[in-house]
Write a protein that binds this ligand. Structure first.
Ligand SMILES: [Zn+2]
Length: 466
């Protein structure tokens, strides 16, 4: 299979060049001012070609609750989320399709789905998301969200004695599910990967983390987790381990150059040094951190310390969209208020590199993904620079990152296959998806979470909210 994209704009060191980009099979075969376009040629005139971005942290099935979640901090928000989480395999499939489509149409070619599992139907949940991503053709890391402690254990005890119900599934049974998922679904050659993903120190035992490390080594899997998203988690780590969560994760060996950590809002200077030394990646989820009041992650400090940072949308219940370009914009300019030295601020070009090469680094795939280089896999996005939101003509990347781009993705290739053309997803029927999402939901405004009612008073006490 050969595609040649003719006369397309690509960023080069001091500006932009107009080139032909030849895609042969699944890779970029040539980038030149005029390579031979005898095969199918795609018109790249007035379009910008960039490496695909990575939506490096999301939870696809949260799509069912976007727009309705209460205005809560994470711990109460989670309680509400799980009280109303979809328990239906078909819904998992539809929201994975939706997440894939929204990621593609906002510049992403890879998604990391920290997938919430339906209790008792864990492998079916994973199968359903895998099926959706395969149908769309997006590169997908399905990272089943696992824990082995019950939800209330995620809130610090403070002065009180707290007794938590045991989690309904054993650590061993949980690890066996991941092991089985790897056997059934981990197919790197097909762009489908399983990653180990304990939800975070707040709800996971050391045994679960250690079991995940073993699976990661045995099957060469990426590692993922939430990390220090809230003040409460910072307190909890001190209660649980007597040290910071980062120190503890280092001690048990979870941190590595294929470990990506979502949020990282509340880290100490010593924690920052550890993440840099272990070459771990921070996944910045600015919209979720704002929506849940978690805080502003010190991203500029991380970058100065040499930590790889990339972007995620996080689940659509804490965002409440899956617009990667929006996450990149907010995740860049948000930090201009955290450091008066403007030389540290994130430029549009740096933001693009964080979202593409930074994402590839998070997944330990820099030799294959993340830049427009001959030999790398053709995961490409072509933007229409004649779109009203990208006019008048100035700096294309500046317009894309700092503007409010609307319907600007013209074409997407994943692994050399074109799956979006003329702004339309070719692999699935998006009109039908819209109809299904509509049919499987209803307008609603209020609902009451029983779990929140049970834990709110304790949460307020321990967080000193009178
Ligand atoms: Zn998350």
């Amino acid at each position: 299979m050969v595609d040649t994209i003719r006369n397309v704009l690509i960023p080069v060191e001091n500006g932009y060049d107009t080139v032909d980009v030849q895609v042969v099979d699944n890779a970029i075969a040539a980038i030149s001012p005029g390579c031979d376009a005898t095969n199918s040629a795609i018109d790249g005139k007035n379009k910008l070609l960039l490496p695909g971005f990575v939506n490096a942290h999301t939870h696809s099935s949260e799509m069912w609750q976007r727009g309705i979640m209460s205005v809560f901090p994470l711990e109460l928000w989670l309680a509400e989320l799980y009280d109303f989480a979809p328990l239906d395999i078909e819904k998992v499939y539809l929201s994975a399709l939706g997440t894939a489509v929204e990621t593609l149409l906002s510049g992403g070619t890879t998604v990391v789905d920290h997938l919430v599992l339906i209790p008792g139907k864990e492998l079916e949940t994973i199968a359903s998301a895998v099926r959706a991503y395969k149908e769309v053709g997006i590169r997908a890391f399905v990272a089943p969200l696992i824990q082995d402690e019950s939800l209330s254990a995620g809130i610090p005890s403070g002065e009180s004695e707290q007794i938590h119900e045991p989690y309904f599934r054993s650590t061993q049974a949980t690890l066996e599910i991941i092991s089985e998922a790897v056997k059934q679904f981990h197919r790197p050659d097909e762009g489908m990967y399983i990653a180990t993903a304990p939800t975070g120190i707040q709800l996971c035992s050391d045994a679960l983390f250690t079991g995940c490390i073993e699976l990661s080594e045995k099957y060469d899997l990426c590692r993922h987790s939430h990390l220090l998203e809230t003040k409460a988690q910072e307190k909890l780590a001190q209660e649980k381990y007597g040290c910071s969560a980062v120190e503890h994760l280092k001690r048990i060996g979870y941190l590595s150059d294929r470990t990506s950590l979502a949020h990282c809002v509340h880290l100490t200077e010593a924690d920052i040094t550890i993440l840099a030394e272990t070459k771990s990646t921070v996944v910045h989820n600015p919209l979720s951190n704002l929506r849940l009041g978690s805080g502003i992650a010190p991203i500029l400090k991380y970058r100065q310390a040499g930590i790889n940072v990339t972007f995620g949308c996080d689940g659509a219940s804490s965002n409440d969209s899956q617009d990667l370009l929006e996450a990149i914009k907010i995740g860049s300019i948000l930090h201009n208020v955290t450091d008066s030295d403007y030389q540290h601020w994130i430029t549009p070009r740096q933001a693009v590199e964080m979202a593409s090469l930074g994402g590839a680094k998070a997944l330990n795939m820099t030799s294959e993904l993340g830049s427009l280089s001959v030999g790398k896999k053709a995961d490409l996005v072509m933007y229409d620079l004649t779109s009203l939101s990208l006019l008048p003509r100035t700096d294309p990347i500046g317009l894309l990152v700092l503007g409010r781009p609307t319907n600007v993705v013209n074409s997407v290739w994943v692994n050399g296959k074109q799956i979006v053309a003329d702004g339309k997803v070719k692999t699935i029927d998006v009109d039908n998806l819209r109809q299904e999402l509509f049919n499987h939901s209803q307008w609603q405004t209020t609902r009451k979470s029983q779990t929140v009612a049970q834990i709110e008073a304790h949460y307020r006490t321990v967080m000193n909210l009178s």
